[in-house]
Design a protein around this ligand. Structure first.
Ligand SMILES: N[C@@H](CCC(=O)N[C@@H](CS)C(=O)NCC(=O)O)C(=O)O
Length: 272
């Protein structure tokens, strides 16, 4: 069954990364003068050129809750950063038929999942690398080889690590917990993330982690949101970085949508 609350929204992204419409130029043969004089003028007009109907469906990104799903936010930001002209399909996290819908949409049951030109790409890192391949000029990865390796390392670290931070400080854009008490395990994750950020900002000069915005900023954007929700204490450099990320127009758009989202997951909304 299709989730009743799923919806498709055209994303107001920048230029399409794929050629949506291909037209084939057809050169009409010019009639000879003698032949032309024998037929009525209307009949010698070249046939109207019809664009070849090769319109492929727009790429679709399946996401879930904008308030709670940090992976959805990452995937969506990456598509925006790549300039992909995509349609967003949002599945309600509160819908009991969600797993049936996810099975249809994503081989792993998980979101985000990108469908592009007949391909289905699930898992955020795979989406990031795929987008870099189809839009190499978008700057998802730094141009410099060493910086690129560094960028991939911290993206991988985010993707596979920080389990304590994830469980103790789940993304919840609507919530605000001033003075939140962070337990030791999660604090170690916070310290490591801040060390990564400080090193990047120092090495590449900011304002984003690798100077210009890159896939690393998309991977760490939900952390900026969590640090705000849970009132995590930051130094001036990391606070400025968080503010910059959260003031990015795409993140502001996502945040505004999250704030008006009706879904509430009680287990993530416990009072601390
Ligand atoms: N490693 C995956 C993680 C994706 C993930 O955990 N997605 C969550 C939402 S944030 C999900 O789809 N949960 C649905 C479920 O478990 O049924 C990725 O990088 O995309």
């Amino acid at each position: 069954m299709r989730a009743a609350s799923s919806k498709s929204t055209p994303a107001s992204a920048a230029a399409p990364a794929s050629k949506a419409l291909a037209t084939k130029a057809v050169k009409a043969a010019a009639p000879t003068k003698s032949a032309a004089s024998k037929v009525p003028k209307a009949a010698i007009r070249p046939p109207a050129i019809k664009p070849k109907a090769t319109l492929t469906p727009k790429p679709t990104l399946t996401v879930s809750s904008k308030n709670y799903s940090s992976w959805s936010l990452r995937g969506w930001l990456l598509c925006r950063m790549a300039g992909l002209d995509f349609v967003e399909q949002q599945l309600s996290a509160a819908d009991p038929s969600i797993r049936a819908e996810l099975l249809l949409q994503s081989s792993s049951f998980l979101v985000p999942c990108l469908e592009h030109e007949g391909l289905r790409i699930w898992d955020t890192l795979a989406i990031a690398e795929y987008l870099h391949e189809i839009a190499p000029g978008a700057g998802l990865l730094p141009k410099d080889k060493a910086a690129r390796a560094h960028c991939r390392s911290i993206c991988g670290e985010m993707h596979s690590g920080f389990a304590n931070l994830r469980s103790a400080l789940p993304m919840n854009i609507k919530a605000h917990h001033p003075g939140f008490k962070v337990w030791t395990g999660a604090q170690a994750d916070i310290e490591r993330i801040l060390a990564i950020w400080r090193e990047c900002l120092k090495t590449y000069g900011g304002p984003y982690l690798f100077g210009a915005i890159s896939m690393a900023d998309a991977m760490y954007a939900p952390v900026c949101s969590r640090f705000t929700t849970y009132d995590v204490k930051l130094d001036p450099a990391t606070r400025a970085y968080c503010r910059l990320v959260l003031s990015h127009p795409s993140i502001k758009e996502w945040t505004a949508a999250a704030k008006i989202e009706p879904d509430e997951l009680e287990e993530l909304d416990v009072e601390f």
